[in-house]
Design a protein around this ligand. Structure first.
Ligand SMILES: *Cc1c(COP(=O)(O)O)cnc(C)c1O
Length: 466
């Protein structure tokens, strides 16, 4: 393994505290811990920090580096496009070749009537575009009162004002509101915490879907624009819905004639073993947001895909859609996304996730299910989760505040060379689609070692005092 180039780590960490404000973080903790861990290099599924530690990146950056790190082909695509035409806008009836080529390529992967693609720069922006489109669509159809969007509690749809409004994260709603009106959130299909002892999987799926229908009836079906959700909730804790849930949700959307939207920012680009999560669950959304795996994170780019009937309706309105970003369809980002899709296709990474590494990860996680701290393991494709509990056979957590045990075990994993995330007391992972069997074995081994190492301290601190 190559070692990292040398940086002055102490100096960088000092400057980090002095000047760099990290996103989604406790800035006091950043300061008190002496600054961020400096990551300097990546290759395949491994990253290196400035102290030369190799860390297996079971988070694929942030759910996004599908093709792994260090792909020259991606750098070369960026170099070639930047040399030819780094940027040009798409506002004034102009467009660059890679922008159009990428739109067409994405349409091919989506299939069906999802044949139209609008570009943005981030997942949050893709979601903002999707909301504006849904509401504008109903305005164009002469039903402007249809502005309500029904999502799920604990859903994650980004960090812009629009994304937070659309999402169902209470911790985010508690800071910086008020939020955009007409966003409703109903129970999440989170069986580990929400399924009742007297319910089987089908009954739970029915109740969770029914929550959407109940909300729709409560608001008034004539006021609802869209039902929207992540096929599998990622940031909320890799919440894999019960069998039949998405079909029921689609049925409800069709029954009341409202739009169905899927946030594919994590599930898209092979993560669940299909190009998109909705394909795995066998539903047909009208609107789809995507980002992350679209470029494997090599450059920022996102997209909002729209069904034929949505675009036809908006075209019939015969007025410009006054929405878009300077960098919508950025030619260099588009060229890199095309190279990324080339790699995913050429290396068969979607099939490999479905038929090889996905099932292999499921087995590896299953090998941890007997651990006294593990309440449940679950996975779909290359998204996985481990629930940490204080009492086997229950969903009771350690401590008087959720998340302490999760953070402790996550840190123990990182110390042992494995990067994963803790969503409160759920350890989550989303490794690059190029991950190998050996690396998956290593994930399971390091998680077990970390569980073992943390258990005495967790038991000693007890349920109430931690
Ligand atoms: C990450 C994420 C977003 C936001 O994407 P950004 O690029 O961070 O703006 C939106 N939706 C889902 C499902 C995500 O996972």
């Amino acid at each position: 393994m190559r070692s990292a180039p040398s940086y002055d780590n102490a100096d960088l960490r000092r400057l980090d505290v002095a000047h760099h404000l990290p996103p989604q973080q406790d800035w006091a903790l950043q300061k008190n811990s002496g600054g961020s861990r400096i990551i300097v290099k990546g290759e395949d599924s491994t990253i290196w920090d400035a102290e030369g530690n190799a860390i297996l990146d079971a988070m694929a950056g942030l759910w996004c580096v599908q093709v792994g790190y260090g792909r020259r082909e991606m750098a070369e695509a960026a170099f070639a496009q930047m040399s030819e035409l780094p940027f040009y806008n798409s506002f004034f009836r102009t467009a660059a070749p890679p922008t159009i080529a990428l739109a067409s390529r994405i349409a091919g992967l989506l299939g069906g009537s999802l044949q139209h693609v609008f570009f943005n720069n981030s997942g949050s922006e893709a979601v903002d575009t999707l909301v504006r489109t849904a509401r504008y669509y109903w305005q164009a159809r002469g039903e402007p009162q249809r502005s309500v969007i029904i999502g799920r509690k604990n859903g994650y749809h980004g960090s812009t004002i629009g994304g937070v409004s659309m999402g169902g994260m209470v911790s985010m709603h508690n800071q910086g509101g008020p939020w955009v009106p007409d966003h409703e959130h109903v129970m999440q299909p989170y069986s580990f915490e929400e399924q009742r002892p007297d319910e089987d999987e089908d009954m739970f799926a029915e109740r969770a879907a029914r929550a959407i229908e109940d909300k729709l009836l409560e608001v008034g079906p004539e006021r609802v624009a869209m039902i929207f959700g992540e096929p599998v909730q990622g940031a909320g804790g890799v919440i894999i819905p019960p069998r039949g849930y998405w079909s029921r949700v689609e049925e409800i959307a069709r029954k009341y004639g409202v739009l169905l939207g899927c946030d594919e920012v994590i599930c898209g680009y092979g993560r669940l073993g299909e190009w998109f999560g909705f394909q795995h669950f066998g539903v047909k959304p009208d609107l789809v947001s995507m980002a992350k795996g679209l470029s494997s994170g090599y450059l920022p780019i996102s997209a909002t895909a729209m069904a034929d009937h949505v675009v036809e309706t908006i075209r019939e309105a015969n007025a410009p859609f006054v929405h878009g970003y300077t960098y919508s369809g950025h030619p260099t980002s588009a060229a890199v996304a095309l190279a990324n899709i080339d790699i995913i296709e050429r290396e068969g990474l979607v099939d490999r996730t479905k038929n090889d590494t996905g099932p292999y990860l499921a087995k590896a996680l299953q090998s941890l299910a007997d651990h006294p701290l593990v309440g449940e393991v679950r996975s779909l494709g290359l998204l996985g989760a481990i629930e940490i509990v204080s009492e086997k056979g229950t969903s009771s957590r350690f401590g008087n505040k959720p998340g302490l045990a999760g953070a402790m075990i996550r840190d123990a994993c990182i110390e042992r060379g494995l990067m994963l995330r803790a969503v409160k007391d759920t350890l989550v992972m989303s490794p690059p689609l190029v991950i190998t069997h050996d690396e998956i074995d290593r994930i399971a081994m390091i998680v077990r070692e970390s569980l073992d190492a943390c258990e005495p301290a967790l038991r000693e601190a007890g349920v109430t005092s931690l």
